[in-house]
Design a protein around this ligand. Sequence first.
Ligand SMILES: *Cc1c(COP(=O)(O)O)cnc(C)c1O
Length: 393
Amino acid sequence: MKRIYLSPPHLGSDESELLQDALASNWIAPLGPHVDAFEKEFAQLLDVPHAAAVSSGTAALHLALKLLGVCPGDTVICPTLTFCASANPIVYEGARPVFLDVDPATWNLDPDLLEAELHDGAVNGRLPRAVVVVDLYGQSADHDAILDLCSHYEVPVVEDAAEALGASYKGKMVGTFGQLGVFSFNGNKIITTSGGGMLVSHDAALLERARFLATQARDPAPHYQHSAIGYNYRLSNLLAAVGRGQLRVLRERVAARRRIFQQYHAALADLPGLRFMPHASYGEPNCWLTCITLDPAEFGASREDVCDALQAANVEARPLWKPLHLQPIFADCRVRGGAVARRLFERGLCLPSGSAMNDEDMERIIGVICAVYVQGRPSRSGEQRPRARAAVI
Ligand SMILES: *Cc1c(COP(=O)(O)O)cnc(C)c1O
């Protein structure tokens, strides 16, 4: 049986030709016509004026925090339920993350906790330098609520939309809500350049500074002159060519992932104790990963049981992100709440969601989950077992 991966790359038809063009032009450098075109096409798609292509989502986040003036001794707010790359760049700048719990209705940053944290910060004269807000697993955070609070306290927002390209919030594309927005084109994301990222903003000066810092901070002089510490963070022209091809199929990739979510939902939603990540009514997720939680008492088997069974069927599935306040590296950071994220981590599972999956793949995965459920039920006479609908797909 071929292995089914969680979220493998899915190339379209144009990448190879675009890459060939980049090779033939000899622009084999962290700049060139494909980088310029990729930035322009990306900005158009998102309806933002400025986009800078960089070597990773993490690099984009690092630049964003630098541009907002994050310094040693500062604090920066970040949701605890996310990938470590949302918070690592805070530490690169010598600042401390403060982790906030997530809202069980969206799995994203809880605006009530943000309000409490900002209120206390204002009272104590220690407001955070910035807020990193994440659009988790392709679902938008509640940006209006978050931006209202942050503008009231004059704290800038970086939107980590690494997982959410193509998702929307109240009709607008995510990634466009903070002072700066960040995307990733890592191999497991909804579109990929193998590795890469994008920084977007409405503020031309901020992005000009980002480009400057990302290309070794070269002052305008005939010799190499530097008055700031820079980085080598720009995206290769070769990879930008791949990115342009991927951008052309983004709509189809989002549609495919949404369809996969619907298929899982249709087949599994009736199983007792199995719940899907709730979809908030304020937006349209890109369904980057379909995520479920399992209540072992109701479902009759644990998340580990399901994970092991999928593994045995050569299917990759993974627990949700381990909350950052539970990570050894962030053990001494402050956290407000945390029980919601911890519980999601204990019970949550990401199911394979690659846009190239076919019905046969879906049947294998759904069949395994249903089989674990059925095995977990001690069959008692008279008990009506809800019928798994796997066969319908
Ligand atoms: C993938 C990811 C990143 C980092 O992106 P890279 O391109 O891998 O550096 C940051 N934040 C979140 C939420 C991610 O999922």
